[in-house]
Design a protein around this ligand. Sequence first.
Ligand code: PMV
Length: 339
Amino acid sequence: MNDVAILGCGHAPGKVILFGEHAVVYNRPALAVPVTQVGVEAIVERSAAGSGLIIDAEELRERVVLRDAPADQPLAAAARLTVAQLGLTEPDWRVVVRSTIPIASGMGSGAAVSTAIVRALVEAANSEYCKGMMSVHDASIDTQHAIRNTRYVLTPAEISALVYEVEKLHHGTPSGIDNTVIAYGQPVYFVRGRPPQPFAVGRPFTLVIADTGIRSPTRITVGEVRRCWAQEPARFEVLFDRVAAVVEAARVAIAVGEPEKLGLLMNENHALLQEMEVSCPELDALVAVARAAGALGAKLSGGGRGGNMIALVTAETAPQVAEALVAADAVRVIITEVR
Ligand code: PMV
């Protein structure tokens, strides 16, 4: 058996946008929550001297050799930005990335991969470069451990800002919501350019998330909305304002513990997304199936034209809604509680 030295490990969850996608690009608010049933794990191993930094991402079928990778390669960019921010020279490390988040499906795969890589590199820097820093020989093992491991620290805000730079490579004008909800790992009320506000959930509620199986890069749908907005700015500004009103109402309903009110708001938000032409027959079909099976409301989530939809359910209706979505050809169904 090969003895591989593991230097660090980083994790990141997936996410869904509850309300406000697309309008959020135009400075309206949005609500998003982490989804921990899916996620990314990045592990850093020491590799041969002189090999440089290599990233192996199995699900993405990518092997990235940092010194050869172009500037716009997202995995390389995440690693380069982290190495620079920590003030390191390129280390001889291999980063193995494994993900259960579907790609281009509105669940934040890109931001989660970047976040996990950043976290793993920070942890590896601490274990690789902080040995021997202890001069207090009589400190307890715990204290030594704590001192050794806190030399390199990136706050959630710093990680989010770094991942945002990588998100720009995925699509030119990201709002920043994906990197924010994933780096902070908690429900956020988000307005572009403002510090994120974590929001309180007055009473937990349950969502069913179902995947159409259609991969739909966010760059394309964001570009389409931009084209439509440029053609009909007044109409789209009104649509975005109506989305903003839905988001504000949803935020209040969640905070005061009236999640059942979210159902109608989800339906309203979905109708507005249809008007923006970012839904598709497969998403509309899953939304209709979920409602018919007893969901209180349902909508697409994320960029649209494929990817995932979400449905608001109760503990009682969750199984029947999930079954109906599977029967309607959803390729994957997740039941998650927002708390
Ligand atoms: O990455 P996705 O597919 O969850 O979409 C992100 C949400 C958009 O509002 C469509 C784009 C953005 O940058 O906020």
